[in-house]
Design a protein around this ligand. Structure first.
Ligand code: UTP
Length: 313
């Protein structure tokens, strides 16, 4: 087996849950799925598709909701648009529109009601080939940069088996916002064994400051655990509860402690930061934005900007 065969064997299917209500982003998400909100010009769903391609996957199982058909539409070829761009010599725009067309197969899986992330993941079982013993989950509202995290997670699974999750270290006082891991050292740098998981604990009860983020390399055994997982917080089936069940039953779970950048696109504050970060790194928009930001922050420091924008609240 060549090394690229081994990579493909390790990861073929990426499940992309995109059926949530996006309530933190209302009213925008009343009509626009949050997965289509652009980070500069590229929607989150396309950034995830590119990450999946880079990780060697050959298809995406996109969990969609009845009212969010635009998410799948992003992967459709628009021949009329492409022909118009071509005839007008808009090569750069054409390149962007063709972005992920044909590079990866996107399979829609409908989740009729938003019954939770665990429920969304459970719907992907039929998309997996019979010989696939693991699959990835990438949340499109979570950017984990630079790309390459899933490949590192696949290496950990090769060595330890079981399930591998991605974690970030956050300041202790912020843990109440996240799923928090109870861990012990594995003897390897950036890898820890997981003994348990707690969803959004009080700061004083948190077992560590390693928190879950939106990248999972799940053993197929998770489907059986999800079938036995009762609805938890908010009446939803939580993936953390299924993983906790697997840990209790002796299934090996490890985390990769990622040291790069993470942007939470699921809330307006995190989304704005991601846009600024990407725009600052962009050759076209970066230099002008940097100058404007420096000036804008200086105005605040000088307290010379006394009035707001006059927008009604
Ligand atoms: P989130 O909780 O971040 O997304 O779920 P949400 O529910 O859309 O957002 P809020 O909390 O109302 O603002 C994480 C990911 O899981 C998907 C979401 O689309 C998001 O990508 N999800 C969540 C589903 O696919 N189905 C669900 O039932 C719940």
């Amino acid at each position: 087996m060549t090394s690229s065969d081994a990579k493909t064997q390790a990861l073929r299917t990426v499940v992309v849950p995109a059926a949530g209500l996006g309530t933190r982003f209302l009213p925008a998400t009343k009509t626009v799925p949050k997965e289509l909100l652009p980070v500069v010009e590229t929607p989150g769903i396309e950034l995830i598709a590119r990450e999946a391609i880079a990780a060697g996957a050959d298809h995406l199982a996109i969990i969609t909701a009845p009212k969010k058909s635009g998410v799948m539409g992003h992967f459709d070829t628009d021949q009329e648009l492409e022909a118009t761009l071509e005839s007008r010599g808009k090569d750069e725009q054409l390149r962007r529109v063709r972005g992920v067309n044909g590079l990866i197969k996107a399979i829609p899986v409908e989740q009729e009601k938003p019954l939770g992330l665990g429920h969304a993941i459970s719907l992907a079982e039929d998309v997996l080939g019979d010989d696939e013993d693991c699959f990835a989950v990438m949340l499109p509202d979570d950017l984990v940069l630079p790309f390459g995290v899933m490949e590192k997670m696949a290496e950990i699974r090769k060595k330890h088996g079981g399930t591998v999750l991605c974690a970030f270290e956050v300041p202790r006082e912020d843990v109440f916002n996240y799923g928090v891991f109870d861990v012990e050292d594995s003897g390897e740098e950036h890898v820890k064994c997981v003994k348990g998981m707690v969803e959004k604990p009080a700061v004083e009860d948190a077992p560590s400051n390693f928190v879950a983020t939106g990248r999972y390399l799940l053993d197929r055994a998770v489907f059986d655990a999800l079938r036995r997982t009762k609805p938890g917080k908010g009446g939803e089936i939580q993936i953390t509860d299924a993983i906790e069940l697997m840990i209790q039953e002796g299934h090996p779970v490890h985390i990769l402690v990622h040291e790069g950048v993470r942007h939470d696109l699921g809330n307006p504050g995190g989304y704005v930061r991601a846009c600024v970060d990407f725009a600052l790194r962009n050759d076209t928009y970066g230099p002008g934005l940097r100058r404007w930001l420096e000036q804008r922050i200086k105005e605040d420091d000088d307290k010379s900007l006394v009035s707001g924008l006059g927008l009604p609240s």
